[in-house]
Structures are given as structure tokens and as C-alpha cells.
Write a protein that binds this ligand. Structure first.
Ligand code: ARG
Length: 460
């Protein structure tokens, strides 16, 4: 079998070396980027006079043919195809003959693979950001449906104060907005061309890295050839953005798991987005939400695995860097699937707003409003907190209902007791960014503006 390095070697590669070394099984999916990078390289070689027009045309035609074969699934891989770069070059040479053998002039797989991966990341992160936008739009639409519905807001998973359901749903939407920012920041960091760095040191040939960078639509070219071929920060940036997104999806998932329990009963799941039990006929399980929770662990693993691979690597390219692709592809595939399924789950679930209101209407959830009532009348907050706390303790001890105790206290009275009427307090959250109808209407408008800005940035 002819390897790329057969001139220097007498013996062929051992089977186990090949099995360990080959990246073709997972880097095939870079074929479009590999071919795009090769086209830019060939055109540059022609421009600077390293390839004549006829040879350049023959190689470009061969690249078109290889792309069609790969896209159509008719490409025949050879045992010597170690990775996608080897496979494309071998086939181009078969098709274009001597001209094909000139394709790799002034290029190494080291700058080639970094270029391919940056092109792939740039496109993939924009696509994933758009899918996050889809889930955000679903949350916003469900927030609109929710109208004035409210539920308990929690701290320590203990009921704290009532909040509008719309406010709760939009909270997840804003977290996802930061994820979109991070994905697009990572995309922008990937947007630097390493092509022309060669194996590590540039070239004695008159290459034009600025030209190939411009042709591939990169925002810039590398500044240092050693850095260009050994830098995988952009993969780590992408994996962090994806892990953080996965963590947000897992937190949303965990709430859906809780909310769908009999104990909470806040949501009913659509048949299409829940599963049954093989043994327990009554069960309807929130598997999508549980998997959203579980997949976050895997995404964190993809990030930490890559970081561990990068740690301590000397300059410049080392084969360890081949370990960048599987975690990246895994994370992107995992996030894509999780986003789509969770979006479907959120879009189709039913909110049991009566149950939410019932849980939120506990008079104790209005305790802060009682304290704020006293503050409005001039009492220092610490004192007000203690006054209300005393009534709560008495009510819990069975000395009367909180409403009666409040009404009987001349500092509070019937006006304050009216705050304990169901639904009375959520409308009092009027501060900017707060949980009541007034600020939530403003927030909803700002969220729509944010979504539009995201769409514009994705298209940049
Ligand atoms: N398959 C390799 C990778 O993914 C391509 C670069 C190989 N470079 C080398 N010097 N062997 O990293």
C-alpha cells in the first residue's frame, strides 16, 4: 500500500498503527471544506505562477468530480486513505494525473486540516445558533399564550414569590440569548485562515496566504505559522459555548421533569414528546427533558477531554491534535438533536395554570408584600420583616389565619390583608426586569428585539 510518505520508508504500515492512526471514519464529514480549501489553494498557486492555467483547470475539474462522488455516495475509498485529505488528493491525482500531483505544492495537512476545521466550525456554529433561536422563539410564543398565568417562583426550591409564567419562560430565553452570543463569538474566533502556514514554518515558494484567506471568506489570515497549525483554541471555545448551552438546556429539562411530576402537576406532556413504561401502565415519562439533563454531562466531557488533549503539547502540530474532531462533532450533533427535541417538547406541552395558581396562592408567598406595605408606611425594612415574620410564625402555629392576624394588626389592617387575596401580589412586581405584567410586557418587547439582532448577527 502506497502511503503519503512511501519514498522515505521501506516497510508498509502495521495494521494496528493504521487502525489507530486513521481519522477517515470521522473526518470524512469535512470533505466539502477540504475541497473548498483545495480550490482556494489551487487558484492561489495559479495566480502566483506555481501552477499553469491548464493544470489548475484540470485540478479544479477533478475537485468538482470528487465533490460530486463524495456527495453522491459513489466515492470509493482506498485502504491507503488515512484521512479525508489523503482520500481527496489521491482521487484528484487519479483523475487529473500529473496536474493532481501538484495540488499539495506549498501545503501540509497541518495547515489543511486546521483550515478545514475552521471552515466547518464557522458554518456549524451559525446553524446551531439559528436552532437556539428556534427554541427561544418557542419560549416567547408560549410566554405570549401564558397571558396573566402565574406560578410560585422558587429559591432553594422553596416557594418564594409568585411570578408570571411568561417571566419564568423568558428567563430561559435570556440564558439562551447568551448562548447564541457565545456561539457567535466562537464562530468569529474560528474565522482566521491558517492556510499557507505549511507544515509549521511557511514556505520558500511565493504563496499568498492573504489571497487564500480572502477567497475562503475568512476575516483574517494567521500571524504566525507555528501558532496557525497548533492552535485549537477555536475548538475549545466552541466546546465551551456548547457545554454552557447544554447546561442551560439541562436546567430547563430539570424544571420540566419537576413540573411534570404528580407532585407539581404544572405541565402535561404531549404523547409525541414523552415515553411510556414497559411495566407500569400509568406512566408517562419526560425522557426528552431527562436526556437534555443527561447530555450536558457528555458535553462537559467533550470540552474537558479536548482541554486535556491540548494541555502540555509542544509547538507545533502533534498527532494528539487529531483528537480535536470527535469531541467537536459529538458536541455539535448532541446539541443539535437535543435542541430540536426540547423545542418540540416545549411547543407541545400543556400548562396546568390552575395548579400553578393554586400553588402560588399560599398566603405566605405574599409575606414580602406585607413587609413592603409596612416599609411604604415608613417602617424600617428589618423591623417590617420581623413584624410579618411574627405573624407567619403565629399562623403556622395555628393561632389564626395569616389574613386574620394581619387584619387585626393596626399597623397592617384590612388594606394589607387584601394583599393575601389570590393573584393580588404578582401584579405588584412593577420594577424594570421584574416578574409582574407591566415589566414583563416591556421585557417581551426587548426580547423580540434581541431575537431580531441575533438573526442579523448570524447572517453576518
Ligand atoms: N488527520 C490529521 C488530523 O486530523 C491530519 C493532519 C495530519 N498531519 C500530519 N502531520 N500527520 O490532525
Amino acid at each position: 500500500m502506497a502511503t503519503l510518505w512511501h519514498g522515505r520508508f521501506v516497510e508498509g504500515p502495521a495494521e494496528t498503527l493504521q487502525a489507530l492512526n486513521d481519522s477517515l471514519p470521522f473526518d470524512q464529514r469535512l470533505f466539502r471544506e477540504d475541497i473548498a480549501g483545495s480550490r482556494a489553494h489551487v487558484r492561489m498557486l495559479a495566480r502566483v505562477g506555481l501552477l499553469d492555467e491548464a493544470d489548475a483547470a484540470a485540478v479544479l475539474d477533478a475537485l468538482d468530480a470528487v465533490e460530486a462522488e463524495m456527495a453522491g455516495g459513489t466515492f470509493e475509498f482506498a485502504p491507503s486513505d488515512e484521512d479525508v485529505h489523503t482520500a481527496v488528493e489521491r482521487r484528484v491525482t487519479e483523475i487529473a494525473g500529473d496536474a493532481g500531483a501538484r495540488l499539495h505544492t506549498g501545503r501540509s495537512r497541518n495547515d489543511q486540516v486546521a483550515t478545514d476545521l475552521r471552515l466547518w466550525v464557522r458554518r456549524e456554529l451559525a446553524e446551531l445558533a439559528a436552532l437556539v433561536g428556534g427554541l427561544q422563539a418557542t419560549l416567547a410564543a408560549r410566554a405570549d399564550d401564558a397571558g396573566g398565568a402565574y406560578l410560585p417562583g422558587y429559591t432553594h426550591l422553596q416557594q418564594a414569590q409568585p411570578v408570571l409564567l411568561a417571566h419564568h419562560l423568558l428567563a430561559h430565553g435570556w440564558a439562551l440569548a447568551r448562548d447564541v452570543d457565545r456561539l457567535l463569538d466562537a464562530r468569529d474566533r474560528a474565522d482566521v485562515s491558517p492556510l499557507g502556514a505549511g507544515a509549521l514554518a511557511g514556505s520558500s515558494l511565493p504563496l499568498d496566504p492573504d489571497g487564500t484567506a480572502a477567497e475562503l471568506g475568512f476575516a483574517a489570515r494567521f500571524e504566525n505559522s507555528l501558532d496557525a497549525v497548533s492552535d485549537r483554541d477555536f475548538v475549545a471555545d466552541a466546546l465551551y459555548a456548547l457545554a454552557m448551552l447544554g447546561i442551560h438546556l439541562s436546567r430547563l429539562g430539570e424544571e420540566l421533569v419537576l413540573w411534570s411530576t404528580d407532585e407539581f402537576g404544572f405541565v402535561g406532556l404531549d404523547d409525541g414528546f414523552s415515553t411510556g413504561s414497559s411495566m407500569l401502565p400509568q406512566k408517562k415519562n419526560p425522557d426528552v427533558a431527562e436526556l437534555a439533563r443527561g447530555k450536558a454531562g457528555r458535553l462537559i466531557g467533550d470540552l474537558t477531554g479536548l482541554l486535556a488533549s491540548l494541555k502540555g503539547l509542544p509547538l507545533a502540530y502533534n498527532k494528539d491534535l487529531q483528537e480535536d474532531k470527535e469531541p467537536l462533532f459529538d458536541a455539535c450533533d448532541t446539541v443539535r438533536l437535543t435542541l430540536l427535541a426540547l423545542d418540540g417538547m416545549v411547543a407541545t406541552l400543556v400548562f396546568h395554570t390552575d395548579r400553578m395558581a393554586e400553588a402560588a396562592d399560599s398566603p405566605y408567598a405574599a409575606a414580602t408584600d406585607l413587609a413592603e406595605f409596612l416599609v411604604a408606611a415608613g417602617m424600617p425594612f428589618r423591623e417590617a420583616h420581623a413584624v410579618v415574620g411574627t405573624h407567619v410564625r403565629a399562623a403556622l402555629a395555628g393561632e389564626g389565619t395569616l389574613a386574620d392576624l394581619v387584619a387585626a394588626d393596626e399597623r397592617l389592617g384590612s388594606e394589607a390583608a387584601a394583599l393575601l387575596v389570590p393573584g393580588a401580589t404578582v401584579v405588584r412586581r412593577t420594577t424594570p426586569g421584574g416578574a409582574g405584567p407591566e415589566p414583563v410586557a416591556v421585557q417581551r418587547h426587548r426580547f423580540a428585539e434581541r431575537l431580531a439582532a441575533q438573526v442579523a448577527r448570524i447572517g453576518d
